[in-house]
Design a protein around this ligand. Sequence first.
Ligand code: ADP
Ligand code: MG
Length: 412
Amino acid sequence: MPEISFSPDDSLYRDRDKLSEDYTPEDIVGRDDEIQRYHTALQPVINGEDPNNIFLYGKTGVGKTAVTRYLLNQLQHDSETYDIDLTTVELNCEGLTSSYQVAIKLVNEFRDSDNRLSNTGHPMHEVLEQLFTEFDDTGGTILIVLDEVDNIGDDDSLLYQLPRARSNGNIEDARLGVIGISNDLAFRENLRPEVKSSLAEVNIRFPPYDAEELQEVLNQRVTVSFYEDAIADGVIELCAAYGAKDGGDARKALDLLRAAADHARAKDATIVDEDNVAEARRELEREEVMDGIADLADQHKLSLYALVSLQHNQDDPSRSKDIYERYQELCDISHHDARTLRRVRDFLGEIEGLGVIESIQRNQGYPEGKYNAYELGHDEEMILAAMSDLLNEVGIHEDVADVVEKSDRISA
Ligand SMILES: Nc1ncnc2c1ncn2[C@@H]1O[C@H](COP(=O)(O)OP(=O)(O)O)[C@@H](O)[C@H]1O
Ligand SMILES: [Mg+2]
């Protein structure tokens, strides 16, 4: 007998995949105003008129992609009824950091696998010509969705070219509409005025969800993903509150629900309860904090490392001047230029903003006066594991040698 084996179970989930990102819900709840405006903006398509260029913006997880797919599915369906020749292409720009890369991807969306453009080596104007040829060969109405288009950054020439392609005579046999979607609110503000005016003929903002709307989103998904009565009272409210607190993000709320259900399943439970949610939440927050630490700049990591190594052997919070002394020591060892005490205090403040450390106001009275002291907001193994790259560079401070051995196992 093997000690461990796998066997399917079907006590909790009706269909776990329907909690995943790829699933397009059949009903969209709580976005009536946005859907109404989007619908109006798409109306010219079904009339056989030139489509509007549309720009959607809002933070992550607020339904931009889901609503777009939902409406375009419906539009495709209705186009058949009214004999409109409609082609929609959805391209996610994640990892595409220039107009050039996006243009090549777009050309290839229209081509068979044996006829694709390679990723480099073509002048941009040729790529555009090929793209316009693909549009003309396809004909009819073409809607191009550029999701997460903020990835292309400043290099937005394509966003200038596409909306003008017809009026500039680059395409003749097709009507083109561009739907740009951005998670980054600043991206739209920073577009060149000539790009903004043509790409964003219609702007639709997707605001964050409130807790009540998130409950609706979750409840609707629960019915397709879980068996009846699989979700205990209070679970939906907890998951919705979590998503609402964190930017009104439906993805976060759904991810938490799925993680909680996975915990329940691991225990062979047939009901997901509040304890499962609490456990899953701790885990997700832990991952978030670890990502936050890993993304810190070296100077911040050195400041944090200084605090971790000091705290290891003491219960009292560390004063910034002691942290600074240890920080200088670490800078010395690792050949980093030490910044001023004031800068290090700023670093600590920013790290506190991530929830990694906590500050405590102390008042010693005269002559010391008020000062800040710091302690860790998470366990030291986790923090050290999240900055293993810096530890490799700086080496391991003797104060924390025993912890690092443990943290290696965490990061492995
Ligand atoms: N109004 C809604 N009704 C049902 N599901 C939704 C709704 N809004 C978002 N979702 C779901 O939440 C997740 C995140 O939404 P998504 O559209 O990907 O957000 P965005 O594109 O704004 O980052 C997806 O799984 C999506 O299906
Ligand atoms: Mg999206």
